[in-house]
Design a protein. Structure first.
Length: 102
């Protein structure tokens, strides 16, 4: 049974990724797109989509989480820390460019 468990998990991860990719694409073209359209774009049944995401809001939340993760990976730690500081207190830190170069 362990031999089939890993391929099934890999397939489930691939389905989830396809659903997120299709959702990103279809929602950017039409924000009012249906869950059925997203499932069709991902090449999965609605039941499969709902197996990964309880509802449309959960799917949108996963898209937002995915975007945040991508942004975090795109910037080095000093830039992320500076952005958090800027967003949290609304004031400019002293010598921001010096902190980025560290």
């Amino acid at each position: 049974m362990a031999a089939t468990a890993e391929p099934q998990r890999r397939h489930a991860r691939a389905n989830r990724r396809r659903i997120l990719d299709a959702a990103r694409e279809t929602l950017s073209a039409d924000p009012d797109t249906t869950v059925e359209d997203i499932a069709r774009g991902a090449g999965v049944a609605r039941r499969t989509l709902y197996g990964h995401f309880a509802n449309r809001d959960a799917l949108l939340e996963a898209l937002a989480d995915d975007a945040v993760r991508t942004l975090r990976q795109a910037f080095p730690a000093p830039v992320r820390e500076l952005a958090v500081e800027l967003l949290s207190d609304g004031q400019r830190p002293r010598q921001p460019t010096a902190r980025i170069r560290q």
